[in-house]
Design a protein around this ligand. Structure first.
Ligand code: TA6
Length: 284
């Protein structure tokens, strides 16, 4: 039974949970428990970017919104030994699974939705884990990815809330709040210093070994604040034009109006039996 603020519709080949309360409206695809949209009623400004060419076929990962990367981030580690190994999907296997609604609850602060995947077992991961995504739609959009070790052995995993944010033009925005070194995927993971001001003029794919709790996307007068907790990294990505053209679910110019700022565990989290860990991203 859904709470009064929640309803379900079908879009192309996926089920979408709509949340509409006094604070905001939001949409979450049950395929991948994938945030598609968050619009606070205070300004009606969409916070997330969704590709106009996104496949909503229930098979291919959705381009845009907030893909859930788990139990690994990016390429599976085996690719470091076997670069041609294609056995394991990029960013793990839960973003392309149907998730179930565990509960929905309307509270004075907003609507809380708990979802769990069909299974956490899969090729490339040996752990016995329980996984839940807890979304709270209020004045802000809070996402908590909760991993629990329900086995009798330690488990190690990586994960990310791989959020695509809507912006006016990648060539004019800047980021504030990220400091320290980053590893540059476009330059063989070499280490560089975070630039200031943090602006964009080419393909950008950076793992910042930074635990900043707040990052701001400055887009002229508009500021989108991204709160993070439980992370060991912040990943910043824009594919730029060549990569946009090469992707079948991205328009050629799609890169101009998006930037990914991802709250992530890229270095690895180890959980003892019975232990849990929460990765949190809050969008203001
Ligand atoms: O988070 C950055 C990144 O790892 C990039 O290297 C790029 O692969 C992006 O994620 C998108 O990955 P996807 O598998 O969703 O196409």
């Amino acid at each position: 039974m859904l709470s009064p603020a929640c309803s379900i519709s079908i879009r192309d080949n996926i089920q979408v949970l709509h949340i509409d309360n006094a604070f905001a409206s939001a949409q979450v695809a049950l395929f991948g428990a994938h945030m598609l949209s968050f619009q606070p009623k205070s300004d009606l400004r969409e916070r997330f970017w969704l590709s106009k060419a996104a496949k909503l076929d229930g098979v291919q990962a959705i381009r845009g919104g907030v893909p859930l990367c788990w139990p690994w981030f990016g390429d599976h580690q085996i690719k470091q030994i076997e670069p041609d190994n294609k056995d394991f999907p990029s960013h793990g296997y839960v973003r392309t699974q149907l998730w179930n609604i565990v509960k929905t609850l309307d509270t004075p602060k907003g609507t809380e939705v708990t979802l769990s995947p069909t299974t956490t077992q899969g090729a490339g991961f040996k752990g016995e884990a329980q996984l839940q995504l807890i979304i709270t739609i209020g004045q802000h959009c809070s996402m908590q990815l909760v991993t629990s070790n329900v086995g009798s052995a330690h488990l190690e995993y990586r994960c990310a809330l791989h959020s695509y944010f809507a912006i006016s033009d990648i060539r004019t925005i800047s980021l504030q709040g990220i400091t320290g070194d980053y590893r540059d995927k476009t330059q063989d993971m070499q280490t560089f210093k975070t630039p200031s001001p943090y602006k964009f003029n080419a393909e950008t794919d950076r793992v910042h070994l930074c635990q900043a709790s707040n990052v701001t996307i400055v887009d002229k007068q508009l500021h989108t604040v991204i709160g993070s907790n439980g992370h060991d990294s912040l990943v910043v990505w824009n594919p730029w034009q060549d990569k946009s053209i090469s992707m079948n679910d991205m328009e050629d110019e799609g890169y101009l109006t998006m930037v990914c700022v991802e709250t992530a565990i890229t270095q690895g989290e180890i959980l003892a039996p019975g232990q849990s860990h929460v990765l949190t991203q809050i969008v203001y």
